[in-house]
Design a protein around this ligand. Structure first.
Ligand code: ATR
Length: 284
């Protein structure tokens, strides 16, 4: 339940993205595209640059400033989780919030990153077999949301590869999801039998080194996906495509994670169209 309808007929429905820095955020572009597409005339979506020392106060003061919703991005997702006491299931599991919704029961913190990941995966690779093991590389914030979503989706064999083993173990404990923790040196051995390989690290991003993994043990049917979308086709995706694996780029995750927030704030479920994809691509 959300307060999609403002009390006064002409009241502005204000939403923002909160981050530090926030200049790079594509959320305004995505939501303003949908606002225009659906002709929502009283909606405003803005950027709010908030330094860490002001994050809690800002997050708890959204109501007073007339906001009905917000997105939360780096580095405030964990602060948003603690600042806003009510959470949906995903936010509770991941202990991080990327979407805030003013509801009849007060403000609620949600996490739609995992939803965005799964929606993008299903759209980009309908052949994905979730009864096969999933191999996840990286144990940061993005990995948490993705692992929680894979588990929720019914994937019960998840292999986690991370450079720092301790972080994998902490992640497994925090999420309460049984994971097969694999040491970085043994990463190539995690691939046989897998139905999915996902990179959740920044390796492969423009300006950083690629993810060094030998795909020869991976089944040709396995889907390979990356959360990095600059470049759209990372060296990992390039290598996977060259050997015939289905690949899914990371841009769709960004677009799909925005859908549930928009729907909650404005009462219309928006679509991830090729036009929206092109709009964001042209801005990268
Ligand atoms: P986010 O929250 O955006 O997912 P993060 O918390 O900075 O980002 O996580 C980055 C991930 O990329 C971590 O899993 C990190 O591995 P460590 O836990 O060992 O730090 C991984 N990562 C970053 N640079 C790496 C590198 N050069 N080699 C291997 N892993 C790397």
């Amino acid at each position: 339940k959300s307060l999609g309808t403002p009390t006064a007929p002409n009241a502005k429905r204000r939403v923002c993205v909160i981050g530090w820095p926030v200049e790079h955020s594509r959320s305004p572009l995505i939501h303003n595209h949908w606002i225009a597409e659906h002709g929502i005339e009283n909606a405003v979506y803005e950027k709010l640059a908030v330094p860490p020392e002001e994050a809690k106060e800002t997050l708890q003061g959204l109501d007073a400033r007339g906001f009905i919703g917000a997105n939360v991005t780096v580095p405030h997702k964990e602060t948003a989780f603690t600042a806003i006491p009510r959470h949906d299931k995903m936010a509770s599991r991941v202990r991080a919030v990327n979407t805030l919704v003013k509801t009849e029961e007060g403000w609620e913190g949600r996490n739609t990153d995992g939803y965005g990941f799964i929606a993008n995966l299903k759209e980009g690779a309908p052949s994905w077999q979730k009864n096969k093991p999933a191999v996840v590389v990286g144990a940061g914030g993005a990995s948490r949301a993705i692992i929680a979503a894979l588990w929720e989706e019914g994937v019960n064999d998840i292999r986690l590869i991370n450079r720092t083993r301790l972080k994998s173990e902490k992640l497994a404990g925090d999420l309460g999801v049984p994971l097969l923790v694999i040491d970085w040196e043994n990463r190539n051995q995690a691939l046989p039998g897998a139905g999915l390989l996902v990179n959740t690290t920044s390796l492969g991003m423009k300006g950083s080194e690629p993810l060094d993994i030998d795909l020869s043990g991976l089944s040709k049917e396995a889907v390979v996906t990356d959360i990095v979308y600059t470049p759209l086709i990372t060296p990992l995706l390039e290598a996977a495509r060259a050997r015939g694996n289905p690949i899914v780029d990371g841009l769709g995750m960004l677009l799909h994670q925005a859908v549930p927030g928009f729907e909650a704030w404005f009462g219309v479920r928006p679509e991830v169209t090729p036009a929206l994809r092109k709009l964001i691509l042209d801005d990268l």
